[in-house]
Ligand binder design. Structure first.
Ligand code: SF4
Length: 384
């Protein structure tokens, strides 16, 4: 891609300047500024790939999917409880295993997008190995066309997938108004090889998320990164609006439903930003009230910023996770709290934010949920 240059490779906003020790609240901006309820739904462990490095608990050869009607009824129950708490916008994010091999997945997305109670806004995301053929993705585009925003995290598995085929499917998705980022865990011993692959995709106009490898407790980045490598993890390949760029290149306009004006997020100007704007999904506030930004919560772990025990967290109130096998409903993945229930026996979403009881908040699904240090949460409550 001709625009790909150093201008696009590095963030103009230096994330390493954020005073992480002094941050007192944070959250994904869509969750801070909208009445948005977030659901992360692990549909099953079945995966059609068998990568040598995959954790045994993360995948299965058995098709362990729940029937479509159970999924639809669960979706209704979630929305009902969330609406009772004042949320009427939704983000449903699906993962697995491999979510696209669930036989009812596309029907579930159609059902989601046809909510008769008129939600203010709806978006969806999935984490996929992108193994389905292009015809399947054409159906995916069709099933999600009534949603306000659609995004994908594409996991690159070099043992199983073909680089050119993988890239071409992503370019097709970008042209069809779907946001994509490629997930790459940058193992220190393989860093340079992975970085070469990341450059191949980035040079094609595709976002790549460079993730650090964490220690077995998942609380700290492993040793072994050089200073240059850490710099890439801290400020390299910032998320940019490649989708809009690709659509403009192809003279295509978005046909998604228009967002009400009050739903538009406050604009962020980044000095000297490159030709394709950086996306800043996360907002952080320090003890002086100064606002800081980060492109995505995936970068928190690169700064070992993942300890929020005692903070007031909206996980369980403004978002839940559902996990198979067992259909467990939880605050979020890392949380040590008792589950909120199960799909089979029922579940109860919290009616207010609750303190965090967990030493490390390691998944970006968890860390992006709005949270405030206890002292500052009480000050805000007292001011009300
Ligand atoms: S571990 Fe759970 S409760 Fe604690 S900050 Fe993370 S999401 Fe919130």
């Amino acid at each position: 891609m001709s625009d790909s240059s150093d201008d696009l490779l590095w963030s103009r906003y230096d994330f390493s300047k954020i005073p992480f020790e002094d941050i007192v609240s944070l959250g994904q901006r869509t969750l801070l500024y909208r009445d948005l309820f977030n659901v992360s739904w692990l549909l099953g462990r079945y995966c059609n790939y068998k990568c040598s490095y995959c954790w045994p608990y993360a995948r299965s050869d058995e098709r362990d999917h729940r029937p479509l009607d159970v999924l639809m009824a669960t979706m209704d129950k979630i929305k009902f409880q969330a609406r009772n708490n004042g949320f009427n916008s939704f983000h449903f994010s699906f993962s697995g295993g491999e979510p696209t091999v669930h036989p009812g997945f596309l029907d579930l997305l159609e059902y989601y997008s046809q909510d008769p109670i008129s939600p203010s806004y709806q978006s969806t995301h999935m984490t996929t190995n992108l193994s389905r053929h292009l015809g399947w993705f054409e159906k995916y585009v069709e099933a999600t066309k009534k949603l306000h925003r659609v995004s994908i995290t594409a996991s690159w598995h070099r043992e199983m997938a073909n680089k050119v085929d993988f890239r071409d499917k992503i370019l097709f998705l970008l042209e069809n108004d779907i946001h994509v980022t490629i997930n790459m865990v940058m193992v220190p011993e393989m860093f340079e090889d992975y970085y070469e692959e990341a450059l191949f995709f980035h040079d094609s106009g595709i976002n790549v998320t460079l993730k650090p490898q964490s220690d077995p407790s998942a609380s700290r980045v492993v040793d072994g990164y050089t200073r240059e490598q850490l710099a890439k993890l801290h400020n390299g390949m910032p998320q940019r609006n490649f989708t809009q760029h690709k659509m403009e290149q192809n003279k295509r306009r978005s046909n998604r439903p228009k967002m009400p004006d009050h739903f538009k997020l406050p604009k962020i100007e980044i000095e000297g930003d490159g030709p394709i704007a950086q996306n800043m999904q996360v907002e952080l506030v320090d003890s002086n009230g100064k606002i800081w930004y980060m492109d995505q919560a995936e970068r928190f772990n690169a700064f070992n910023f993942n300890q929020f025990k005692g903070w007031h967290c909206r996980a369980g109130f403004q978002g839940i996770v559902i996990r198979e096998p067992g259909g467990e409903v939880k605050r979020s993945y890392s949380c040590h709290d008792s589950p909120l229930g199960t799909i089979d026996k029922g579940f109860n979403i919290f009616s207010e934010p609750m303190p965090c009881v967990t030493p490390s908040c390691v998944s970006s699904v968890d860390s992006k949920i709005p949270k405030t240090k206890a002292k500052y949460a009480s000050e805000r409550e007292n001011k009300k």
